[in-house]
Write a new protein. Structure first.
Length: 285
């Protein structure tokens, strides 16, 4: 099973560890080496953009308010997040940690990679693939620095990153998916980077989280927005912890039901079509 995840907007910034020699980014050390050239192109432009803005007087570019405003506009950053520009400018020399330690937020808190047992952590490193505007896609064990570059960014030279990554990911990801089930939990910006096609789409499942409430004796359901991330993180953790290996959408629905989730078994989606699975919750937290 391959599980496709979005990254988190906010990311942990690695702190020096006593007695541990710091290492820095090496693109060739990342999984999916076929993406190395594309990663280098995005990295080079992102670092140059942010170095111009963070350079200050005498630095690269004019380092003035105009460059700072340009970088913030490109990256979609508020004034309060201008520190992210300096972080990006130093990406090549910044300390790295496994991607699973860099990504934070609701989904990753619920997934709790650090507290999985040893066998489940091995499964996570094999099964989880995190999409990224900067890296394309990485495994949770890949050593990366903290950065800020969402999938919705449009760089001045490279252009819209979702469109930039499509050709490279189209070539690589069918091989990564192999012949197993693909559980696609990405948000819209990252789903746009690669859409399973043909036979791979036929064994791909997305998940919609619905909240069930009883109103005047009648069940009402609504789509959960923010807290759907927590539910998705918990269900991935459950699958990893139990070592579940469903190979079809129906087997996935059965596995989740066995793990205590309220799941509606999917109707057949038809050849070459992605299946949607509805997970029903009563409480959102």
């Amino acid at each position: 099973m391959l599980v496709l995840l979005p990254p988190s907007e906010g990311k942990a910034s690695p702190e020096p560890v006593a007695g541990v020699e710091e290492s820095v980014l090496r693109l060739e050390a990342l999984s999916l080496p076929e993406l190395t050239a594309a990663r280098e192109r995005v990295l080079a432009e992102l670092v140059a953009l942010c170095a111009d803005a963070a350079g200050g007087e005498g630095g690269p570019g004019d380092g003035g308010p105009g460059e700072d405003a340009k970088a913030r506009e490109v990256l979609g950053l508020s004034e309060g997040l201008r520190g992210e520009i300096a972080k990006n400018a130093a990406l090549r020399t910044a300390p790295v940690r496994p991607a699973g330690q860099i990504y934070t937020g609701v989904l990753y808190d619920a997934l709790g990679l650090a507290t999985l047992d040893a066998a489940a952590r091995v499964r996570a490193e094999r099964a989880l693939l995190v999409f990224s505007g900067l890296w394309g896609a990485v495994r949770v064990g890949d050593p990366i620095p903290s950065y800020r570059c969402s999938g919705g960014v449009k760089l001045p030279g490279t252009g819209a990153l979702a469109a930039f990554w499509r050709p490279a990911l189209r070539e690589v990801l069918p091989q990564v998916a192999g012949d197993g089930l693909v559980l696609d939990l990405r948000s819209a910006a990252y789903a746009a980077m690669w859409r399973p096609q043909g036979e791979v789409a036929g064994r791909t499942v997305t998940v919609r989280v619905l909240q069930s409430k009883i109103v005047d004796g009648v069940e009402k359901r609504s789509v959960v927005s923010h807290f759907n991330k927590a539910t998705k993180g918990r269900l991935v953790r459950s699958l990893l912890s139990e070592g579940a290996q469903p190979r079809t959408p129906g087997e996935l629905a059965t596995a989740l039901c066995d793990l205590g989730y309220a799941v509606e078994h999917p109707a057949p989606a038809g050849p070459g079509r992605v299946t949607r699975l509805d997970v029903v919750v009563t409480d959102v937290h």
